[in-house]
Ligand binder design. Structure first.
Ligand SMILES: Cc1ncc(COP(=O)(O)O)c(C=O)c1O
Length: 393
């Protein structure tokens, strides 16, 4: 008999490339050394924003006996979210339809749990964020993959329509998209909404907007929720603050969401049994101050331009991101893991595409600091040269 459940086994099987990458240690300790350029995950490589410490210190002192009592969603935090969403989307969310979560992880897991029955199908775009499929599997539901193809990454609306069946319960969309950096256009979102309106039964749109403030070249965020009523908007402060260890975000349902009163109760129960997926009290008190802080997006854009410009000049094929922390690069070797090992020999650590259903590509994180990037560039050049030389010989 297995030590763990068949559901967890299915999740482990899906995550196998990620788990073995992490456990092999190839990229572990070495990537943390002082000479290394760790461009793997969207983790901070610079000191945290001072505003985070200031906000936490300011709110740490208890103001009443209930300061650290059980806390679901703090009404003041909700108000901050409602204001912020009004500016971002133009929609007046009802405070009762916003729930504070432990980042997008908590928001996504709770939303899926609230709406899924075993056997339901959930469409996702591939390459996806690592945990969509395990979260779908955890509910006994089936993850239905629709390819989202490089290098253009146009929203595959027709393919989505072909994959809709009587069991389709939801579709997960992520814009700006990790790992492609694509930001969906109003036209794309309208076409998607048309497809969803044509289904014979209600389908939920779960809109992962984790990177909705990480936009380049003056782009404005277009929330898919504006185009389709039956939507959940998921947000995390982890990206904007580059502080994913401080778990705070939210789920928001637009006022046009059908059955939203019932869904509030469903989300409340789903969040509670998803390990109390509410942020710690302190973070919720601090939210008004955290809302004003942000990573320097202009600096990320300059880093993007530096990396994309340099790699293109060397002869790599890159996808220039419109938002997010990530640059996708086509692997010069068919085996993306083998190529990332070549880069690791140069002390440059990136994420092989096989970890996110995109073999033959790799992902660079722009959260690496400028020194790391400058140190990495000659390594990228040498690794590419070595592949070219080996192809000649
Ligand atoms: C697309 C996407 N969704 C959700 C998450 C989870 O975010 P958090 O850890 O802040 O909850 C991430 C984090 O990498 C992500 O890239």
């Amino acid at each position: 008999m297995s030590a763990y459940s068949s559901t967890v086994r299915a999740m482990i099987e899906y995550l196998e490339p990620v788990l073995s990458f992490v456990s092999e240690g190839e990229a572990g300790d070495a990537a943390l050394s002082a000479e290394a350029s760790d461009l793997q995950f969207g983790n901070p490589q610079e000191m945290p924003l001072p505003e985070i410490q200031q906000a936490l210190a300011k709110w740490a002192a208890p103001q009443n006996k209930d300061w650290f009592a059980y806390k679901f969603s703090d009404p003041k935090a909700i108000q901050v979210a409602v204001e912020s969403l009004r500016k971002l989307t133009g929609i007046d969310f009802d405070p009762a339809d916003v729930s504070m979560t432990t980042g997008a992880f908590g928001g996504l897991a709770s939303t899926l749990r609230a709406v899924l029955d075993p056997g339901d199908e959930v469409i996702y775009l591939s390459p996806p964020w690592f945990f969509y499929v395990p979260m779908i599997i955890s509910n006994g539901a089936k993850a239905i993959r629709v390819d989202f193809e490089p290098p253009k990454f146009e929203l595959p609306v027709d393919a989505i329509e072909w994959h809709i069946t009587a069991r389709t319960r939801a579709i997960i969309i992520n814009t700006p998209h990790n790992p492609s950096g694509r930001v969906f256009t109003p036209d794309e979102l309208e076409s998607l909404a048309d497809v969803l309106h044509r289904t014979h039964h209600p389908v939920y749109l779960i809109s992962d907007e984790s990177y909705n403030r990480i936009l380049y070249d003056g782009r404005k965020h277009e929330s898919p929720v504006r185009y389709y009523d039956r939507s959940f908007l998921i947000y995390t402060y982890g990206k904007t603050l580059v502080a994913p260890g401080q778990r705070i975000g939210y789920i928001a349902m637009p006022p046009s969401m059908p059955d939203r009163e019932e869904l509030r109760t469903a989300l409340f129960v789903a969040q509670s049994i998803t390990g109390y997926a509410y942020p710690n009290a302190l973070l919720q008190y601090a939210m008004g101050d955290l809302e004003k802080a942000s990573v320097d997006v202009a600096a990320l854009q300059r880093r993007r331009d530096r990396i994309v410009g340099a790699l293109d000049a060397m002869g790599y094929e890159t996808v220039k991101p419109e938002g997010t922390f990530y640059v996708l690069v086509r692997s010069p070797l068919e085996d993306d893991v083998a190529f990332t090992k070549l880069l690791a020999k140069e002390n440059v650590y990136v994420l092989p595409g096989r970890l996110f259903e995109l073999p033959r590509w790799f992902r660079i994180s722009l959260t690496g600091n400028d020194d790391m990037v400058e140190r990495a560039l000659p390594g990228f050049e040498r690794a590419l040269d070595s592949v070219r030389l080996s192809k000649l010989s």
